[in-house]
Design a protein around this ligand. Structure first.
Ligand SMILES: NC(=O)c1ccc[n+]([C@@H]2O[C@H](COP(=O)([O-])OP(=O)(O)OC[C@H]3O[C@@H](n4cnc5c(N)ncnc54)[C@H](OP(=O)(O)O)[C@@H]3O)[C@@H](O)[C@H]2O)c1
Length: 223
């Protein structure tokens, strides 16, 4: 891996991906936003770059080109788009690269909040089935609210859970979580724990709705 690893954020133009891309670039990482439409994405990214809070210059590339150069690829796209993206791009991930699944298979049908019934058990396991075994996979950034992530000048004050089937995937992802000021990684073990994490996200959304707030998040005490 090069000295400054390249972090590709697929869906970096969206709510969750934007905060991650901006925070990693502010922390000094090389960030490439992956998009279906790099021209449109460049316009979004140019808007962040004009902010006095901008970090290192964020690059933009079509999804496949972003994946091909990534040491770490973050999947911050809607759950429903994953199967098609991975089918098309699977062969482009660098062997040994780390993929981080951020997706939550949540639905809001008729205003009712629910988790989709994913046959593999969780979104993260759905991703696992579609990746080559020579790629490392972890799940994280599933419970942190997009709105808070995007307030890049504010240090965070909560935990972010990390799971994955290899020590390497979890430790590399935990190091990435620690790049974000105030965010503490909590290693919760194997990838199948993503089932619990995805439920926690639904719980956070339900708390937000019930209490009319926006930023419910988690902190584990006793660590
Ligand atoms: N929002 C949150 O608070 C939050 C919190 C935790 C986890 N998440 C998870 O993070 C992921 C992204 O959430 P978000 O709210 O940021 O989503 P979003 O804004 O709806 O979409 C993110 C980006 O994904 C790309 N995209 C959208 N539809 C696509 C499709 N059909 N095929 C391929 N790419 C598509 C778009 O980028 P381009 O047009 O540039 O390709 C878009 O800007 C979701 O899986 C969500 O469950 C979100």
């Amino acid at each position: 891996m090069s000295e400054t690893p390249c972090i590709a954020v697929l869906g970096g133009t969206g709510q969750q991906g934007r905060g991650l891309a901006r925070r990693f670039s502010r922390a000094g990482a090389r960030v490439v936003v992956g998009s279906r439409d790099p021209v449109r994405a460049s316009r979004s990214v140019a808007g962040w770059a004009s902010s006095p809070l901008a970090g290192r210059r964020v690059e933009v590339a079509e999804n496949g080109a972003a994946i091909a150069q990534a040491d770490i690829a973050i999947l911050a796209v809607p759950f429903a788009s994953l199967a098609a993206i991975l089918e098309e791009q699977r062969h482009r991930f660098k062997p040994g690269s780390l993929v981080i699944d951020v997706t939550v298979p949540v639905t809001f049908s008729d205003g009712k909040l629910a988790l989709l019934d994913v046959p593999e058990g969780s979104a993260a396991e759905h991703v696992k089935q579609r990746l080559s075994p020579d790629v490392r996979l972890a799940a994280s950034f599933k419970t942190i609210p997009a709105h808070l992530l995007d307030e890049v000048e504010l240090p965070l004050d909560c935990d972010e859970f990390v799971c994955g089937d290899s020590d390497e995937a979890r430790s590399r992802t935990s190091a990435l979580v620690q790049m974000i000021a105030g965010l503490r990684p909590v290693d919760v073990g194997p990838l199948a724990r993503a089932r619990s994490l995805e439920h926690l996200t639904v719980l956070a959304i339900a708390i937000n709705r019930r209490l009319k707030i926006h930023d419910a998040r988690f902190r584990v005490v006793g660590l």
